[in-house]
Design a protein around this ligand. Sequence first.
Ligand code: FES
Ligand code: FES
Length: 156
Amino acid sequence: MKRIVSLKLNGRPVEDIIPDNLLLLDYLRERQALTSVKKGCDSGECGACTVLIDGRPRLACITLAASCENSEIETVDAQAKNGVLSPLQRAFHENLGTQCGFCTPGMIMAAEGLLRDNPNPDETEIKTALGGNLCRCTGYVKIIKSVQIAAAESRQ
Ligand code: FES
Ligand code: FES
């Protein structure tokens, strides 16, 4: 079965005909060319595919695109505004929160969801919010520091 889905994607209205069983991850990568949304485990375990749905971090690999009818989806592509990196993007870049970068879009979107709810998280709250996001390159010290620095900058 196919259906028409209407949603807002990175601030723009989108309408598309999709199969009922199309995963949001595949919809974003293959139909919308948003390859920033990474396909890691493809089974809800690594966090690489994290996007915001109505402001909340969600795993696109275990979400049906059809379930996003009338929702607002944000990917890391919506972070920079007019070519200026967001505080999270800049902090990850400047504080070596990124190595190969594969986990970074998911990390940033998970952190973005946290900071919208809690602009002043402590270290435990950051670790909890990023607990479902795995990085195969590094320890997590610089990632957590990047989120702390971005949070401090956003509060100024
Ligand atoms: S690709 Fe979705 S959680 Fe790993
Ligand atoms: S920076 Fe390579 S997986 Fe995290």
